[in-house]
Write a protein that binds this ligand. Sequence first.
Ligand code: GTP
Length: 223
Amino acid sequence: MSDSEEDSQDRQLKIVVIGDGACGKTSLATQFAQEAFGKQYKQTIGLDFFLKRISLPGNMNVTLQVWDIGGQTLGGKMLDKYVYGAHGVLLVYDITNYQSFENLEDWYSMVKKANEESDVQPVVFLLGNKIDLEHMRTVKADKHQRFCQENGLISQFVSAKTGDSVYLCFQRVAAEILGVKLNKAEMEQSQRIVKAELVNYPQNEVQIRHENNSQQSKICSVQ
Ligand SMILES: Nc1nc2c(ncn2[C@@H]2O[C@H](COP(=O)(O)OP(=O)(O)OP(=O)(O)O)[C@@H](O)[C@H]2O)c(=O)[nH]1
């Protein structure tokens, strides 16, 4: 960052979110900026923008300018222009879709190419999204870790649906860019606990269910 930017308290950072179509980029951006999640898939044509102000340790306020780039732009003429000058890149795949992991190579090559001429290289995070669907995982965690190690990326698993670690990953990327250290307590606070749905049957309904069950067992004994 330039000296004048470093001097001001409220900074703006350009964070670009890329990856295959339907891996959850728009969902991550809306979960972060609006704390909302939509089940309906609506393809992003071109790109969308989101702005959100966050705080980092030491009373530092940062505005994140999130560029949500449509998955269909890979191979298109505009993509390297969108990515150029980004302070941070979130490279996203869907842990239940192996193809979206395989295509990371292409996405990452494009990031490197787009910033070839730039003095400052962006901080790149690898995000494995949809961890609420752990039972449907097709990309093993060790493959994810290997990709991070081989390319010097920072790793994070998230769920745009439950919000698990979404705020944390944007906060981590901003902290990393600005050279701010987040301690364990700050990271845990941002992780946000996933809420379980509790089904609370009324007391008499439990009794009816119990009676129904005992009737069934009587029928069974007759047979
Ligand atoms: N279960 C689950 N579904 C998710 C999650 N994130 C996104 N989805 C769903 O996946 C679908 C695609 O999500 P989007 O956020 O539109 O995907 P995208 O990467 O922006 O797609 P493009 O606009 O085509 O680039 C939608 O139906 C979302 O509801 C997640 O963490 N968990």
